[in-house]
Design a protein. Structure first.
Ligand SMILES: Nc1nc2c(ncn2[C@@H]2O[C@H](COP(=O)(O)OP(=O)(O)OP(=O)(O)O)[C@@H](O)[C@H]2O)c(=O)[nH]1
Length: 610
């Protein structure tokens, strides 16, 4: 590695909207540089996307990094690709990956044009002062409009059209030009061997045998096995047990030199010790830490409960093991009278939550119930202006109870941008208004009179409105054409209340919701109807009520039972009934006594799944 001084090193990321071909281009670059063999990636198996869920959903969840060697004008260069995940929830991972680069390839699909995330990742890269190389991908597609999209890139990003490289990552057409541009246009890192050791930690994962493996970008100094290092953040000390580069798999090396990107293993036992954005230095030779990082903030919370309560220890262990590799997830225990013992998890967003659930189910075969997602609300009390963050509806106070002296409640809001063809503009406006959107604004993205021009719509929305079903609505109401991105926009005062559901006068804690006043009646009625459908009849009449504070706003009555246990269950769905009967036969069916009401776990499943 000592043969690769800074001037032959290039550290870069590929940034793009989801599906614009980032992983495909990464594969082509690895292939062109001989880092991987061609045959390995024949069946659309992308080397950089490793997790099963990623393949199933075709998205990158966790960033993967690879080093490659490329000869340019007779000189061998070391190119370090720092891969970034491609979804709004993971904007934080993108920003930390970018901090380890000097340049970024901005990839835009020539048939779809600039999309919402193209814009947000562009701004992120620009803020960091990275050299941006615009690339138009998928020019092999019949629907590609390279000229029109190139004009878009020029007007929206202010990039020089002559700098745009037009390629097909799939066929490999012109991909060689990308390598040349990386070497010629991206500045080399600036590091020095003589300055005190300084390494930037930008990613980490957990390995069962070696403990925490951290990816680092070495700013200064030389790092070898046996070196003693310390963290600026925690001040803990470690000894390096292995140094290597990702080529693309972990490949041990003797030493890492300034400007290089690689991995280290040290005696770090817990992933919580590896702080993303931390700076490492040699023991006894402290350095100034790299500029601070915003830590990942969980913005969506949900309870996870096992269907069978005996499974809780196993579920908890699985959750902890998965969380080891994803420190943006927060985990705490939660218990509910209705659902028993479970965990409350905090996620970056709803996709993050879905991915986690799928991993739990895939890898651990877990049979679980997830409660409705909530966002963190701020409750401010008049007594000494105390501010409490509430992310579990159970803990939300009754705002009308004057003894509690709640001064106001605030909810997190986001600044959303939606890019959509003009003909769907009206639909998108409706959607935003129906989700309490404010400050709506829009602008045309195509200059001149292009047919089917595209519009960028921006507005502020409460975060709670986009964590439930917003994305699906957006896609279905725009025939799949709208793209969406959002950023944190702080907190805002809001008229919210806690809605509880009562069975036979007893509240069911797992079903509590925090809802804006304008939607309380509608949601109350909907949920009461749903409950009425899924709760089996009992030996006595059961009132099902929705209440906000002490005020009941909706009610249905479940008539007393006469004969057959399964009659009327689930609105007569045959397979459901069959499953129900089978469960009963196996004696596995769990009944929850809520007051005097028997509520099967499956009923919760049906309500919460919606
Ligand atoms: N026709 C054509 N298809 C392409 C090209 N590049 C990528 N694709 C296809 O586009 C789809 C998305 O490509 P990916 O490389 O997975 O996209 P991505 O940007 O990595 O997606 P995320 O990892 O989710 O951000 C795949 O089906 C690719 O085969 C191209 O140049 N031409």
């Amino acid at each position: 590695m000592e043969n690769y001084p800074c001037d032959v090193i290039r550290n870069f990321s590929i940034i793009a909207h989801i599906d614009h071909g980032k992983s495909t281009l990464a594969d082509r670059l690895l292939e062109l540089t001989g880092t991987i063999e061609k045959k390995k990636i024949g069946r659309n198996l992308q080397v950089l996307d490793k997790l099963k869920v990623e393949r199933e959903r075709g998205i990158t969840v966790k960033a993967q990094t690879a080093s490659m060697l490329h000869t340019h004008e007779g000189r061998k260069h070391l190119l370090n690709l720092i891969d970034t995940p491609g979804h709004v929830d993971f904007a934080w991972e993108v920003s930390r990956s970018l901090a380890a680069c000097e340049g970024a390839l901005l990839l835009v699909d020539a048939s779809q044009g600039v999309q919402a995330q193209s814009l947000s990742v562009f701004h992120s890269a620009k803020e960091r002062g990275l050299k941006i190389i615009p690339i138009l991908n998928k020019i092999d597609l019949p629907a590609a409009q390279p000229e029109r999209i190139a004009a878009q890139i020029e007007t929206i990003f202010g990039l020089d059209p002559s700098e745009i490289i037009k390629i097909s990552a799939k066929t490999g057409l012109n991909a060689e030009a990308v390598l040349t541009a990386i070497v010629e246009r991206i500045p080399p890192p600036r590091g020095s061997q003589t300055e005190p050791l300084k390494a930037f930690l930008f990613d980490s994962h957990f390995d069962t045998y070696r403990g925490v493996i951290s990816l680092i970008n070495l700013q200064h100094g030389v790092l070898r096995k046996g070196d003693k290092i310390a963290s600026c953040h925690t001040r803990k000390k470690y000894e390096i047990t292995e140094v290597g580069i990702m080529h693309p798999e972990e490949t041990p090396i003797q030493a890492l030199y300034p400007g290089q990107v690689g991995y280290i293993a040290c005696n770090m036992k817990q992933s919580s010790e590896a702080h993303i954005g931390d700076t490492l230095h040699r023991v006894g030779a402290p350095v100034d830490p790299m500029p601070g990082f915003k830590p990942a903030k969980a913005m969506v919370f949900a309870g996870v409960f096992p269907i069978d309560n005996n499974d809780f220890p196993k579920l908890e262990e699985s959750i902890n093991r998965l969380a080891l590799n994803d420190r943006s997830i927060t985990v705490s225990r939660e218990s509910s009278t209705a659902l028993g013992q479970g965990c409350r998890l905090g996620f970056l967003g709803t996709l993050h939550m879905d991915v986690f659930r799928q991993r739990l189910e895939d890898e651990y075969d877990a049979n679980i119930i997830i409660t409705a997602p909530t966002v963190p609300y701020k409750v401010i009390y008049s007594r000494d202006d105390k501010e409490v963050l509430v992310s579990n509806p159970t803990d939300f106070p009754d705002v009308n109870d004057s003894t509690l002296r709640v001064k106001e409640v605030q909810e997190p809001i986001v600044k959303a941008s939606i890019i959509v063809p003009e003909e769907y503009f009206g639909e998108m406006m409706d959607l935003c208004f129906s989700r309490r959107g404010e400050d709506l604004d829009h602008k045309y993205l195509d200059s001149g009179t292009a047919s089917s021009s595209r519009i960028m719509l921006t507005c502020t929305l409460p975060l709670s409105e986009i964590v439930t079903d917003f994305f699906n609505q957006l896609k279905s109401r725009s025939s799949g054409f709208a793209s969406f991105d959002y950023e944190d926009a702080g907190y805002k005062k809001s008229d919210l209340g806690k809605m509880t559901f009562l069975l036979n006068g007893k509240p069911v804690d797992a079903l509590a919701l925090i809802i804006h006043r304008s939607a309380q009646e509608i949601i109350g009625r909907q949920w009461v109807k749903k409950l009425h459908k899924v709760i089996p009849r009992q030996l006595f009449e059961v009132p099902i009520q929705a209440a906000v504070g002490k005020k009941v706003i909706a009610r249905e009555t479940l008539k007393a039972l006469r004969a057959d246990v399964t009659a009327g269950l689930y609105g007569g769905h045959y397979e459901r009934k069959l499953k129900h009967l089978e469960n009963q036969k196996e004696g596995k069916r769990q009944m929850k006594k809520l007051g005097k009401v028997d509520l099967p776990q499956e009923a919760f499943f049906d309500i919460l799944r919606k």
